[in-house]
Design a protein around this ligand. Structure first.
Ligand SMILES: *Cc1c(COP(=O)(O)O)cnc(C)c1O
Length: 407
């Protein structure tokens, strides 16, 4: 076909007129203080700009290091650490769809939106899912959990370490895992928002699968996630007779790439490089120091918010530190607060799936003093602007006391 003929072809779908990103993005980047994604360190951003051969020698070395650093972060010696191209939910689905199938008895401890997602994924693979429904702003007692395990005789128990939606912390995780283990069940833990922000010891606590995303505690980019299976979990994955219907998430196929330097699908190389750098920074900081930084910053933030005169959503006993839920004053919606603070103060925070709260994250790079001062100030000014009576100076002072150790 002569090339000139192309000029006479009119496309049925016209080429759209769009704006460049420079025209769309704000001049000053918004400070990402919501429930994720979170700000990323420069080393992570730099790595995310690189593309290399997904099957070359360099990648093999990167993968080896990602796995060994992930083992440290998960606190496991299990060989079965894998990456996932996809959000935290893809890692979640990888755990569920490889370990559960038609008829599998699954008990899901349901604290809210994200723990319900694990139950839903179980139902979708045909598992017989029962849920232990926990009231908002509380955790199930160990007696209730033991009773549910006795009643349902699950092969798998799913539980979230930090329920990001209503900011509840399942502080009993170790004991829950022990109860499940004693009953012969495998335990899947969603640690998407909590990993590397607070202790989680996969081996010592007897957890069989831990999942996480990139864009929360690890301060990497969204879209590349991590999962670790225990030996017992891996045995179940290998022993199943019907293959996983999710081809991309089939752990036995993913093993090709993550353990045998072979091909499964083209890995998101830039995102894996970014995750490598994020994990390297966790290792450089050490988990102990990272947990201490998160705890100090989150408690100082909570003090600042409370001293200003706003109410924290979750009671002290089960309050999640990785994401802080703040009640929105009467007469306002979460969207009123979020849009004002974003527009006027260039700080992004989150609402929460219909709950009357806004959420401020304390994950990874969000736990830096300068980010906290800016956020507490912006939140207080937003309240003042909206006509809510708060004591902003008292909030900032309490934040400062918390950060300088004078709590
Ligand atoms: C954010 C989050 C998820 C979902 O992660 P995505 O990357 O959005 O899929 C799941 N569980 C918890 C606890 C989370 O905080």
């Amino acid at each position: 076909m002569p090339t000139s003929s192309f000029t006479s072809v009119s496309s049925a779908v016209p080429c759209p007129v769009v704006e460049s990103l420079d025209a769309i993005l704000p001049e000053e980047p918004l400070l990402m203080m919501g429930a994720g994604p979170v700000p990323i360190p420069a080393a992570v951003a730099k790595a995310n700009a690189i593309v290399i051969n997904h099957l070359g020698g360099t990648m093999v070395k990167v993968i080896g290091q990602v796995k060994s650093m992930a083992r440290y972060v998960f606190q496991t010696n299990s060989k079965w650490v894998l990456g996932v191209a996809g959000p935290g939910s893809a890692a979640m689905e990888m755990a569920i769809s490889n370990l559960a199938w038609e008829g599998t008895r699954v008990l899901s401890i349901k604290n809210g939106f994200f723990s319900e997602r694990m139950a839903e994924m179980g139902r979708r693979v045909g598992a017989r899912v029962s849920t232990l429904d926990v009231a908002d702003r509380s955790v199930a007692s160990l007696e209730e959990i033991a009773e549910a395990i006795r009643r349902e005789r699950p092969e798998i128990v799913t539980v979230v370490q930090g329920e990001t939606s209503n900011t509840v912390w399942n502080y009993h995780l170790k004991e829950i895992a022990a109860l499940a283990k004693a009953a012969g069940a495998l335990v899947i833990v969603d640690a998407v928002c909590t990993l590397s922000t607070m202790p989680l010891e996969m081996d010592a606590w007897g957890i069989d699968a831990v999942i996480t995303g990139g864009q929360k505690g690890l301060s990497s980019i969204p879209g590349v996630s991590l999962i670790a299976f225990s030996d017992a979990a891996w045995e179940r994955v290998k022993g199943r007779t019907a293959p996983n219907a999710h081809w991309c998430l089939d752990a036995t196929l993913a093993e090709n790439f993550w353990h045998n330097a072979g091909y499964h699908y083209t890995a998101p190389v830039s995102g894996v490089l970014a995750l490598h750098e994020a994990l390297r920074l966790v290792c450089a900081e050490t988990l102990e120091k990272r947990f201490a930084r998160h705890l100090k910053c989150s408690l100082a933030l909570q003090d600042g918010v409370a001293a200003m005169g706003l109410r924290l959503y979750t009671p002290d006993a089960c309050r999640l530190n990785s994401v802080v839920g703040i009640e929105v004053p009467e007469g306002f919606s979460p969207a009123d607060v979020c849009s004002h603070i974003s527009r006027m103060h260039q700080v992004e925070i989150s609402g929460s799936f219909g709950l009357p709260i806004v959420r401020v994250g304390q994950m990874g790079e969000q736990c830096r003093e300068h980010n906290l001062f800016r956020t507490v100030h912006a939140l207080g000014r937003t309240m003042v602007d909206l006509g809510v009576k708060v004591d902003l100076p008292a909030g900032v002072a309490a934040l400062e006391r918390g950060l300088s150790g004078g709590r």
